[in-house]
Design a protein around this ligand. Structure first.
Ligand code: ATP
Ligand code: MG
Length: 367
C-alpha cells in the first residue's frame, strides 16, 4: 500500500493516469481500478462501489481485447452486476477475485506459467484524492462503511498480499488521518512523493514546449521564471501558453511574463493576507475553524521571511500556536521525507514550506 502525496498540481493524477494508460496498452502487467474522489457520485459509498468495480471490469476488458487472459475473472459475470452492487458486495467480489487467485502462486504450486498468468491479472486499486473519503464521516452509517473499506484495503494488500493499493492526496495530514483509523493499527504505509520539477527538468519542460521562435526569449527570462514559480508544472504550462500567445500577437515574452508575475503576486498576496484574518476563513472538508490568531500568523510569516529558502523543520515550529490548522487551511504545506523528493533539501523532516515560491516572496515583503 502506497500513499502518493505532493503539492497540488504537481502531477499525481497525471502519473496515475499515465500508468493506467500504459497498462491498458499492455505495457504494464495487471489490471486496475481508478476512482476519482473529486467525482461527486464517488463521495457516496454506493457510487464509490460502482466506480471501483466498473473501472476494474473496464481494465479486464481492455486486457482481453489485447488477447491477454485475465486470470480468475469471469468478465461477463462481473459486468452483469457491476452497477447493482453496494459497497459490501463489491468488496466481497474483489476480495475473492484478489485472494482466490493467490493460491496459484504459492511456492509449492509455482510454475513460471502460473506466475506470469498471475502477474497479467495482478490488481491495483487507485483512489485519487483519497482524503475526500473523510466526507463519509458525516453520512448516516458512513463511519462504519469507511472502517469496513479500510479493513478491506488493509486485508487484501498488507495482510494477504493479493493486491496493490495506491492512495493519492495532496492533503498534508492525510497519512496521519488514515493511520489513525483502527483498521491501520500496527500497519505502516509507504509514501511516494511527487514534488515539483527540479530546475533542470523544469527548464527542459518549458523550452521543449515554447515555439521555436521564442526559445531565445524563453532562455532569457528563465532565471526570473524559476525564481518565482520554481518547478510547479501548472505554472510552467502557463508560461508556455504565454510564449505561444506572444508569438501570435507579436508581443515580447518578457512583457507577457511581467504581467503574469503581477497576477501570480496578487494571488499569493491575497492568500498570505487571508492568514491575518483567520476569523473569516473556511475550507470545505475542514471541520474545525482556524485555530490561530493574527499574531501567530505574523510570527510564522516572519520566520519564513528570515529562513534561507523557506524550508523550516516542522518540529522547530512547535511553539507556533495553530500551526497544524494553518497547514490544514492551505496557508502552508507540510512535506514528508520521500526517496523521490528532488525539490526540497532538508536535514530534518517533515518540513513546512510556503504554498508557492511567490508566497515566499510575499512573506519576505510582509515579514
Ligand atoms: N509530466 C507531466 N507532463 C506534462 N503535464 C503534466 C505532467 N504532470 C502533470 N501535468 C499537468 O499538470 C497539471 C496538474 O497535474 P495533476 O492534475 O496531475 O496534479 P495533481 O498533483 O493531481 O493535483 P491535485 O493535488 O490538485 O489533484 C495537469 O494539467 C496535468 O496535465
Ligand atoms: Mg490530482
Amino acid at each position: 500500500m502506497v500513499i502518493v502525496t505532493g503539492p497540488k498540481d504537481s502531477g499525481k493524477t497525471a502519473l496515475l493516469r499515465e500508468y493506467r494508460r500504459r497498462q491498458a496498452h499492455g505495457e504494464f502487467l495487471g489490471v486496475s481500478s481508478y476512482i476519482d474522489m473529486r467525482e461527486k457520485p464517488n463521495v457516496d459509498p454506493a457510487g464509490f462501489a460502482a466506480s471501483l468495480r466498473g473501472s476494474m471490469v473496464d481494465s479486464m476488458e481492455l486486457k482481453e481485447k489485447l488477447g491477454i487472459e485475465v486470470l480468475g475473472a469471469n468478465v461477463e459475470h462481473c459486468k452483469g452486476s457491476a452497477s447493482e452492487d453496494g459497497l459490501s458486495m463489491t468488496m466481497r467480489w474483489l476480495e475473492s477475485y484478489c485472494l482466490e487467485r493467490r493460491h496459484l502462486v504459492r511456492p509449492e504450486q509455482c510454475s513460471t506459467t502460473l506466475v506470469d498468468a498471475y502477474k497479467q491479472g495482478f490488481p491495483t486499486i487507485f483512489i485519487d484524492e483519497a482524503n475526500a473519503l473523510a466526507a463519509w464521516h458525516s453520512l448516516p452509517d458512513g463511519e462504519a462503511q469507511l472502517e469496513a473499506l479500510f479493513r478491506f484495503l488493509v486485508r487484501i494488500s498488507k495482510q494477504e498480499c493479493g493486491a496493490h493499493i495506491v492512495l493519492a492526496s495532496s492533503e498534508s495530514f492525510f497519512r496521519r488521518w488514515l493511520l489513525s483509523s483502527a483498521a491501520f493499527q500496527g500497519h505502516g504505509v509507504s509514501v511516494f512523493s511527487v514534488g515539483h520539477l527540479a530546475e533542470e527538468e523544469a527548464k527542459a519542460f518549458m523550452l521543449e514546449r515554447v515555439p521555436a521562435s521564442s526559445k531565445k526569449e524563453a532562455e532569457a527570462v528563465w532565471d526570473d521564471v524559476f525564481a518565482h514559480v520554481g518547478g510547479a508544472i501548472l505554472n510552467l504550462h502557463r508560461v508556455v501558453r504565454l510564449a505561444h500567445r506572444a508569438v501570435a500577437t507579436g508581443e515580447r515574452l518578457r512583457d507577457r511574463w511581467e504581467r503574469e508575475k503581477k497576477r501570480l503576486f496578487m494571488d499569493a498576496a491575497y492568500r498570505v493576507m487571508e492568514g491575518f484574518r483567520p476569523e473569516g476563513m473556511r475550507k470545505v472538508g475542514v471541520r474545525e475553524p482556524p485555530k490561530w490568531k493574527k499574531d501567530d500568523w505574523a510570527r510564522l510569516v516572519k520566520k519564513m521571511a528570515d529562513s534561507r529558502d523557506g524550508v523550516i523543520a516542522y518540529d522547530s515550529l512547535a511553539d507556533v500556536p495553530g500551526l497544524d490548522s494553518m497547514i490544514e487551511h492551505d496557508l502552508l504545506q507540510l512535506r514528508a521525507y520521500s526517496d523521490t523528493e528532488r525539490e526540497i533539501i532538508a536535514d530534518e523532516w517533515p518540513v513546512v514550506i510556503p504554498t508557492s515560491r511567490m508566497a515566499l516572496h510575499v512573506m519576505r515583503i510582509k515579514g
